[in-house]
Each structure stands twice: as structure tokens, then as C-alpha cells.
Ligand binder design. Structure first.
Ligand code: PMP
Length: 461
């Protein structure tokens, strides 16, 4: 049946692979990634690209690391798999859980391991519901999150995610999932309004929603400290202190999704520290294992752990867990990753490089006629392209200005990502150097200049 398919990887990819986040009829040419070195990846022709997004915001130590490869190999030789059901455990699972409790930004009591950010967030939704059943509040189940927030792609987590593209035709969000506005001052602040006043308005919107729904029906709010996929949204000053006050008042749990922000991305160890969040539950993944193997973790506060234990005792067992929860190999790689962060001062060095990135993006791109906003913290940044700077007006989606810049930069050896509103996201490996950052910005600037001059001449870029 495959005789007519040309024998190239790209042709066979087109024939057999269904890809996430691609239009299958747009005839997008597959980009075959063959190997990696430092912050660079290589294609089949041997061309190299700086990956300015670290894959999907995850390859924190770049694309080769001997210590991590060895940690996986050694663990595979010793114990390649065992599960964590019915009381079985293993050394990496225990060491990693203990280490994460020690590292947590607010007091946490236990850790549940899973394989992806989605699985971890899905676990949190179930835990929150279970917790409220334990407390005999069966109606307290609604989950709040924010438009443009990203929390995963399973049925329940796609419902928490606030991006229309992840909802349309999938029949989500499910009932009991509510969304408040994206706390993006650049677009949603009113003329003359201060950041602080805008933050108060966001907190009031949240309060009004909880009161309208009935606080006895609202269980938790999910938040990325800084939104990644939604377009690197850094909420306005005082936002988190104000919304947390609202949540505490209504006994709504604070769930921090640190899948992108965790482990130094925002200039501190946790995004919660950068942004002033005190979570009841924290989720991490991605840089937890430097993306070398899939693993995620849910860190859970004591009140919740205790209530869940009581409920479980009444039922007889905890009916939740994945075959690979606490798989010893990814757990060993995650432990080694955390050791590398400590021993090689990765987090503090990334904080310094992050300051350079933010300052250089502002210095070199903020004044560009196509750039409306430059925002971020540490090594996560967003550069928003606009059609009209004074009016803060974006181009039409059909103009594909963000994707065009990404395409131009890719042709020039830099991988970027276009998020909603033509916001170009940067989230490079934490090990990136200043010279590599300069190279990225050079190429962005050249791409922006080209788009600007072709827009003025009326020809396509
Ligand atoms: N939360 C956040 C903040 C994310 O960015 C992502 C993925 N980009 C997820 C959750 C879901 O993680 P996964 O794709 O591993 O399921």
C-alpha cells in the first residue's frame, strides 16, 4: 500500500503522520529535525537553527547533555520501569518527590507524578473535585481560568485552556469551566487607566463572576504566572495580590500552572516568586526534565492532601494514576536536571541573561514602526507586532504578519513562535549566551524591516 509514497522522511510524514497544530490541507512542508547541539537544532540538509523557543518552551538545557543521557541510560540498566500502584515505589520517584517539596515556593506536602502538563492539570481538576467531595461540598466544582491561558489539551484541560482554537469543533469547554479576561494591560487597559486600576478592575470582574455563580459552586482558579502560549502575557502590577484576595475570600483554591514558568524561566526559580503567587497546588513539567523525557508533577498543600486521604480511606483506595506515574527513568532524568540547575548555577545565570534579553529587545525593537509592545521577564518575552502603534491595533489574522516574521527568521536560522495577536514569543534554552541572543534579535530586526518595507511597497514579504 505504501509503494507510491516517495521514500523521503518528509513525504512519508505527509502520508502517515497527523500533526498537532497544523492545517493538513495547507501542504506545509515537514521540517525534519535530525539532531541538536547546544541551543541549536539541525535539519536534513545540515542547516542549523537557534531554537529561540527551546522547542515548546521546554528544552531548558538545550539539545545535547551528556549527564542527562547518562542518567537515563544508567537508570534503564538498573530498573527500566516499575509502576507506583498498590504501594510499589522506587528510588528516583522518592528522591524527586522529596526534592520538589523542598523547592516549592509555598509549603507543599506531597507530590503526584504524571507524564505531561495536561495529565498533571487533569489530575488537579479531579483532585479539586475529590477534595470538595471530601469536605461534603459536592456543589463546589467550578473551575475558573483566563482567556488565552493554556493549561493542556485533554477534554478537561482543554476546557480550562482559554484559547478558541483549542475549543472550536471539539465541543469544549465542558460545563463548570469559566473564563475571565486576559490580564493584558496593553490591549485591555482603558485610556488613562493605570496598571493598578486595571488590576483592580480585573479583580472586580473575578469577584463579580464568583458572586454571580455563587461562591459555594466555585472550586479553583488556574493561572500561569506569566502566560506563555497565549502571547507572553505579564499581568499588570498588583494583579495577583488583588485576585488572590478575592479567591481567598471565597475559599477558592489557587492553582499555579508552572509548566512554562517553573525552573528559572522568569528570572526566579518559580514564576510564583516573580509574580507574588502563593499557590495551594502547583503544577510543573517541561524544564523539570529539561524536556529530555516526559514527566510532570503536581505539588499539593497539606490541607488538600489530608482531606483527600480521609476521603480515600472512606472509599478504600485512591482511584487515580497513570501506568507511568513515577516511572523511574524520567524521574532519574528530572533529578539529574535539578542537580545540574544547582551545580551549574543555571537559574541565576539565566536571570542575568534574561535581563540582557529584556533590555536588548526593548532597546532594539520597541521603537520599530511595527512593534507595539515588548514584554516579559527573565528568559520569556513577547514582541507584539501591530498595524497601528498609536491605536494599538493589530493586523488582521488573515494578513499572517506574525507567521511571516517566523518564516523569515526560520529561513535565516532562528526558530520563533507566533502567538495570538501576532505576538512573537521567545523562550530560549536557559543556557543561551548573550551572543546568541544578539543573533536572534539581529534576525528579528531584519525580518521586521523586510516586512515593513514590503508592506509599504505593497508587495508580499
Ligand atoms: N500548561 C502550560 C502552561 C503549558 O504551556 C502547556 C503546554 N505548552 C501545558 C500546560 C500542557 O502540557 P503538555 O503539552 O505537556 O500536556
Amino acid at each position: 500500500m505504501t509503494a507510491s509514497i516517495p521514500n523521503s522522511t518528509a513525504a512519508r510524514d505527509k502520508a502517515f503522520a497527523l500533526h498537532p497544530f497544523v492545517d493538513p490541507l495547507a501542504n506545509v512542508e515537514p521540517f525534519v529535525v535530525t539532531r541538536g547541539k547546544g541551543v541549536r537544532i539541525f535539519d536534513e540538509e545540515g542547516r542549523s537553527y537557534i531554537d529561540a523557543v527551546a522547542g515548546l518552551w521546554c528544552a531548558s538545557l538545550g539539545f545535547d547533555n551528556e549527564r542527562l543521557a547518562r542518567a537515563a541510560y544508567e537508570q534503564m540498566r538498573k530498573l527500566p520501569f516499575y509502576h507506583a500502584f498498590t504501594g510499589k515505589t522506587n528510588q528516583p520517584l522518592v528522591d524527586l518527590s522529596e526534592r520538589l517539596v523542598q523547592l516549592a515556593p509555598s509549603p507543599m506536602s506531597k507530590v503526584f507524578l504524571a507524564n505531561s502538563g495536561s495529565e498533571a492539570n487533569d489530575t488537579v481538576i479531579k483532585l479539586v473535585w475529590y477534595y470538595n467531595n471530601a469536605l461534603k461540598r459536592p456543589q463546589k466544582k467550578k473551575i475558573i481560568s483566563r482567556m488565552r491561558g493554556y493549561h493542556g489539551i485533554t477534554l478537561a484541560t482543554a476546557s480550562v485552556t482559554g484559547q478558541v482554537i483549542n475549543h472550536t469543533s471539539f465541543d469544549v469547554p465542558l460545563a463548570r469551566f469559566l473564563h475571565v479576561q486576559t490580564p493584558l494591560f496593553y490591549h485591555n487597559g482603558l485610556p488613562g487607566e493605570s496598571e493598578e486600576d486595571y488590576a483592580s478592575r480585573c479583580a472586580k470582574e473575578l469577584d463579580d463572576l464568583i458572586v454571580a455563580e455563587g461562591p459555594e459552586t466555585v472550586a479553583a482558579m488556574f493561572m500561569e504566572p506569566i502566560m506563555g502560549g497565549g502571547g507572553v502575557v505579564v499581568p499588570p502590577r498588583t494583579y495577583y495580590e488583588k485576585i488572590q484576595a478575592v479567591l481567598r475570600r471565597h475559599d477558592v483554591l489557587v492553582v499555579a500552572d508552572e509548566v512554562i514558568c517553573g525552573f528559572g524561566r522568569t528570572g526566579a526559580y518559580w514564576g510564583c516568586q516573580t509574580m507574588g503567587i502563593e499557590p495551594d497546588i502547583l503544577i510543573c513539567a517541561k524544564a523539570l526534565s529539561a524536556a529530555f523525557l516526559p514527566i510532570s508533577a503536581v505539588l499539593i498543600g497539606k490541607t488538600i492532601v489530608d482531606a483527600v486521604a480521609e476521603e480515600t480511606h472512606a472509599i478504600g483506595t485512591f482511584g487515580h494514576g497513570f501506568t507511568y506515574s513515577g516511572h523511574p527513568v524520567p524521574a532519574a532524568v528530572a533529578l539529574e536536571t535539578l542537580k545540574i540547575y544547582d551545580e551549574e548555577n543555571i537559574i541565576s545565570r539565566a536571570a542575568e541573561t534574561g535581563q540582557f534579553l529584556q533590555a536588548e529587545l526593548k532597546r532594539r525593537l520597541a521603537g520599530h514602526p511595527l512593534v507595539g509592545d515588548v514584554r516579559g521577564a527573565g528568559l520569556i518575552a513577547g514582541v507584539e507586532i501591530v498595524a497601528d502603534k498609536a491605536e494599538r491595533r493589530n493586523f488582521a489574522v488573515t494578513d499572517k504578519i506574525g507567521p511571516t516574521l517566523v518564516r523569515l527568521c526560520e529561513a535565516n536560522g532562528v526558530i520563533l513562535r507566533s502567538c495570538p495577536n501576532d505576538t512573537i514569543a521567545l523562550s530560549p534554552p536557559l543556557i543561551i549566551s548573550r551572543a546568541e541572543i544578539t543573533e536572534i534579535i539581529d534576525k528579528m530586526e531584519a525580518g521586521l524591516d523586510l516586512i515593513h518595507s514590503t508592506l509599504r511597497s505593497g508587495k508580499p514579504a
